[in-house]
Write a protein that binds this ligand. Structure first.
Ligand code: CU
Ligand code: ZN
Length: 254
């Protein structure tokens, strides 16, 4: 059985439109578009057409007949927020050399918004939540300990990615299940270089859960520690964050 696809007027397309018909010549266009709105506009301009706002999958032909206010078919998928910064490279940390046999990889991808996407894959952690931070130094002379405190260029209190106040290096927790932790964290205000730069610093996974600075109990020691380290406990694995594929050799501003 064939499912009927409603063919709408190209001037009246919306997000659910699968096909539309151009009233001036009965030409049918399919969605989604193959090219972005910008690419289509550039192509139509190159061909000498005026940009009338309509773009379609195969031809990118400008639509004749819609008023400029009717942006038929110009759907723009809103991915801006999590759009990867082009040509700026990524950073990588490999977790190794710890007595707990924990191994893993952490990938840092800068986003257009100034945030950092952190993809992690960590094997061998106990099931549950584990504090996850970028610490100040990439110094392994004393194992994970010589990384010193959390990366905190503004002298703030400890928190997590969604906290009002946080160290820039606070990434919250990773969650391990069946000895495997795998996921993505988007952390604001981090970059590869500069004041928010993470290359050359250390990523550390802790034994315990990070309380994100929200400890509410009566233990004063724990309360103090909560706004410093989140009570995440021992450092069970760490790795120096290095420049990955396509990172420019000469960082900007150096
Ligand atoms: Cu830490
Ligand atoms: Zn912190």
């Amino acid at each position: 059985m064939k499912t009927k696809i409603k063919i709408t007027n190209c001037c009246k397309t919306n997000k659910k439109t699968k096909k539309c018909v151009r009233k001036t010549d009965d030409k049918i266009f399919s969605f989604p578009r193959l090219y972005s709105q910008k690419q289509c506009q550039q192509m139509t301009r190159k061909k000498g057409y005026k940009n009338l706002g309509f773009t379609a999958r195969s031809s990118c032909a400008p639509y004749k007949g819609c008023s400029l206010r009717q942006k038929g078919g110009t759907r723009k998928i809103k991915r801006e927020k999590n759009k990867t910064k082009k040509g700026k490279g990524i950073a990588i940390a490999v977790l190794h050399q710890n007595p707990y046999k924990i191994t893993g990889e952490v990938e840092f991808i800068p986003l257009e918004s100034g945030a950092m996407r952190v993809n992690y894959k960590i094997k061998g952690l106990k099931d549950g939540k584990h504090g996850f931070h970028i610490h100040e130094y990439g110094d392994l002379r004393d194992g994970c300990e010589s990384a010193c405190a959390h990366f905190n260029p503004y002298g703030k209190k400890h928190g997590c990615v969604s906290s009002k106040e946080r160290h820039l290096g606070d990434l919250g927790n990773v969650v391990s299940k069946n000895k495997m932790a795998r996921g993505t964290i988007v952390a604001p205000d981090l970059s590869l270089y500069g004041k928010h730069g993470i290359i050359g610093r250390m990523i550390i996974v802790h034994k315990d859960e990070d309380d994100c600075g929200n400890y509410k109990g009566n233990d004063q020691k724990k309360a103090d520690e909560s706004v410093k380290t989140g009570n995440a406990g021992e450092r069970v694995a760490c790795g120096v964050i290095g420049g990955g594929h396509a990172v420019p050799l000469k960082p900007p501003g150096f």
